[in-house]
Design a protein around this ligand. Structure first.
Ligand code: C2E
Ligand code: CA
Ligand code: CA
Length: 720
């Protein structure tokens, strides 16, 4: 409309106004011309019609130049009197004015002028105004419209994008494993997903947009989908929201579910809540934590938890109480494990755990430290008296037979005790002290208990120092082998030598095996040491006459590893001696441990031609059963029997029985520790085939062997 108005109005107004002015100007001219002509007629009378030249002068307007148009004068009869001016281009505008003389119209003046220029101008203006109108049209309509179109397109695109986005959000919301809810500042629900409803057992219909939080909480409390104290929970929720700070909380619901809530306030009020069902995770965390703190076999607390509990209890000791730490170690557990198998051993440990729990009060802690070691923290009673009562009860309880997986098993226990605050207030030191006391209890004979004493510390230090010395000695070769002859009673000659280890200690001098073999076994150092003994003994024997054997003692620890066989093979090969010149002496303890592997190794050794002797026979529990389990080449009757020959009939009977059995099985019998001629005679009378003892020779350095070989038989009374 504005454009049309602009296009039409401007030229129309211009045209009309110009026309109006033009018409007026013409009219004025017509009037003035008619007035001039009137005046002229008045003066010149009726013949004016013929005064054309004068008339022409009257109506001539030189100031108007060539735009004066045409002037016509008519008389009363409308006859043209004068016509002056150029021919006009139409259209034209005509104005007339009457010629009045003395009140009478005597003619008229007619002025005609072309309005072509005016029309042209109007046209020009029309063109300009049309252009203007187009511009206006474009500016007011086209431009905004296209802008509008563009905006609209953008909006449509936005909407589509939003829809896609919405669709994605909804899919994400519906599929996310967490429950999500969003509330506004008035605590009214804005958004929630299906999982949120599911977690809290809500009907999705209850979760319409605008639902107040309070209603949701009330429904949850009513249906039990909240922690135990519903009201308190609601208060907590409201308080959390009021703080308008982010928080994470884990709630345990009445149905056992654990829900982790992540509360995140939003700018401008309201908040987003993410609710995650972490029940599974919680359970596995608890399981892992339980596993980390408990022994899998007995489900008793492990060392870690024991240590924690001990720390905890020690804090109350600081307030005047006392407590005791009891360390237990089962006697003969290894035998049970080795002879009856691990499943029985495991079952035994479980029943031991149960029995220990029966012995203590609920407030005490029973833990399994590993293997057959247990520990107890006794609290809340007078110490050290209560600890000794408990220790005695434990010793008695564990001495009673057990039913382990259908097997009746008899074990026992030794107990070491340390007391806080007397011995220490430090958990580690208390445990270590109890352990030292346990060591003492075991040394003092099993099935007993022992309290920690200050001197034990020093003893342990001594032991550690000895261990260090031992390691160094193995490195630098601080050992030597002594050799003690074995005398054959039938031929009255030396049949071989037993290699016996000696330690040339830098300060202690010559140290006997009793001082260090056990330590070497406990520290595993016996393995390299035993290898050195075997290689050294074989190498030494290579220097002796071919019929002289060499006996080497083996520790049970060396049997834990099959490399013993290859080691023996290489020792023989390196020395270049016949395998049957090497005798390996093993004890009952070796037979006790992992008997299958031990027997396999023994068979491999024997198959190579190496001879196997049973050492210290009679000192163990079931020596005879071991004799039957492996074809030993020799039985060495323990010194204790030889020592008792003169005072114990039983000893004589045993020596006799063993000699008889051995003879029937084709084995040699050696009596150890023969010191007197009487003993020798009795031994000979009981049918032993071989003797060894101070009567013939104490163990001697290797350099003495040649002398012994050439002189010893003379000492043998029978040879005399
Ligand atoms: P064992 O195998 O029973 O060795 C015999 C022990 O009795 C030796 O003590 C020997 O000196 C001692 N003995 C021999 N005749 C008599 C006697 O008439 N009267 C008395 N009272 N004692 C006698 P030793 O050399 O002190 O060795 C003690 C134990 O140390 C050995 O007992 C053996 O079990 C162990 N042993 C020695 N050398 C080695 C070794 O190289 N390896 C291993 N694993 N153990 C060894
Ligand atoms: Ca021996
Ligand atoms: Ca022996």
């Amino acid at each position: 409309m504005a454009a049309i108005a602009a296009a039409v109005t401007a030229p129309a107004v211009f045209g009309l106004i110009s026309l109006y002015y033009e018409a007026n100007a013409l009219q004025v001219r017509a009037l003035s011309d008619s007035a001039s002509v009137s005046k002229y007629i008045f003066r010149h009378g009726k013949m004016w019609r013929f005064h054309r030249v004068r008339l022409a002068e009257l109506v001539e307007h030189p100031e108007l130049d060539n735009d004066a148009g045409q002037v016509r004068i008519f008389d009363q009869t409308d006859t043209l009197v004068l016509e002056q001016g150029p021919t006009l281009v139409i259209p034209t505008l005509i104005r007339t004015a009457p010629i009045i003389v003395d009140g009478t119209i005597v003619g008229r003046v007619e002025i005609e002028r072309s309005v072509e220029a005016l029309l042209n101008k109007t046209l020009m203006i029309g063109i300009v105004s049309t252009l203007l109108a187009f511009f206006i049209l474009f500016a007011f309509r086209k431009l905004p419209l296209s802008l509008l179109d563009r905006t609209l397109a953008t909006l449509v695109q936005r909407e589509e994008e939003l829809e896609t986005q919405n669709f994605r959000f909804e899919a994400a919301l519906a599929n996310m494993p967490q429950g999500l809810c969003m509330f506004d500042s008035e605590k009214r629900l804005l958004v929630s997903n299906a999982r949120y409803a599911e977690i809290y057992g809500l009907d999705p219909k209850q979760l319409n947009v605008g639902t107040p939080l309070r209603s949701i909480l009330d429904w949850r409390v009513a249906s039990g989908n909240c922690p135990n104290d519903g009201q308190q929970y609601i208060n907590q929720c409201l308080a959390g929201i009021a703080r308008s700070a982010a928080y994470v909380a884990v709630n345990e619901l009445q149905n056992g579910k654990f829900i982790e809530v992540l509360h995140q306030p939003m700018a401008g009020g309201g908040w987003v809540g993410i609710h995650n069902d972490v029940t599974q995770q919680k359970h596995s965390e608890e399981k892992i934590s339980h596993m980390a703190h408990h022994d899998a076999l007995t489900d008793l607390p492990n060392r870690v938890l024991l240590r924690e509990r001990l720390d905890h209890h020690l804090s109350s000791v600081q307030r005047g109480a006392s407590l005791a730490v009891l360390c237990l170690d089962l006697d003969h557990f290894k035998q049970v494990n080795d002879t009856l198998g691990h499943p029985v051993g495991d079952a035994l440990l479980r029943v031991v755990g149960e029995r220990l729990l029966d012995c203590v009060r609920d407030t005490d802690v029973v833990a399994r430290l590993g293997g057959d070691e247990f520990a107890i923290i006794q609290t809340g009673v007078e110490q050290p008296t209560s600890a000794s009562v408990l220790a005695q009860r434990l010793v008695e309880a564990l001495a009673r037979p057990f039913d382990a997986d259908g097997h009746e098993v008899v074990i026992g226990t030794s107990v070491g005790i340390s007391v806080a605050p007397i011995d220490s207030m430090d958990a580690d030191i208390l445990l270590r002290n109890a352990d030292m006391a346990l060591y003492r209890a075991k040394e003092a004979g099993r099935n007993g208990y022992s309290f920690f004493e200050v001197g034990m510390d020093a003893k342990m230090h001594q032991r550690r120092a000895l261990e260090l010395d031992l390691r160094k000695a193995i490195e630098v070769g601080g050992f030597e082998l002594f050799y003690q002859p074995l005398v054959n009673l039938e031929r009255n000659e030396i049949s071989g030598f037993e290699a016996l280890l000696r330690w040339n200690h830098p300060t202690l001098g010559m140290v006997l095996p009793a001082t260090f073999i056990q330590l070497a076994e406990e520290t595993g150092l016996i393995v390299p040491l035993g290898e050195w003994v075997m290689r050294q003994a074989c190498a030494e024997a290579a220097k002796w006459p071919d019929h002289i054997k060499v006996a080497v003692n083996l520790s049970p620890v060396q049997f834990r590893n099959k490399s013993l066989v290859s080691m023996a093979t290489s020792a023989i090969a390196n020395a270049g001696i016949a395998a049957n010149r090497l005798e390996l002496e093993i004890t009952e303890t070796t037979m006790l441990q992992n008997s299958e592997q031990t027997l396999a190794i023994l068979h491999m050794l024997r198959d190579m031609g190496i001879r196997i002797s049973m050492d210290d026979f009679g000192t163990g529990y079931s020596s005879l059963s071991y004799i039957r389990s492996f074809p030993f080449d020799k039985i060495k009757i323990d010194q204790s029997f030889v020592r008792d020959l003169d005072k114990s009939v039983e000893a004589i009977a045993i020596v006799q029985a063993v000699s008889g059995l051995a003879r029937r099985l084709g084995m040699t019998t050696t009596a150890e520790g023969v010191e007197t001629n009487d003993q020798l005679e009795q031994i000979r009378a009981q049918g032993c085939t071989e003797v060894q003892g101070y009567l013939f020779s104490k163990p001697q350095p290797a350099s003495e062997v040649p002398r012994l070989l050439s002189s010893l038989w003379k000492k043998c009374p029978a040879a005399a």
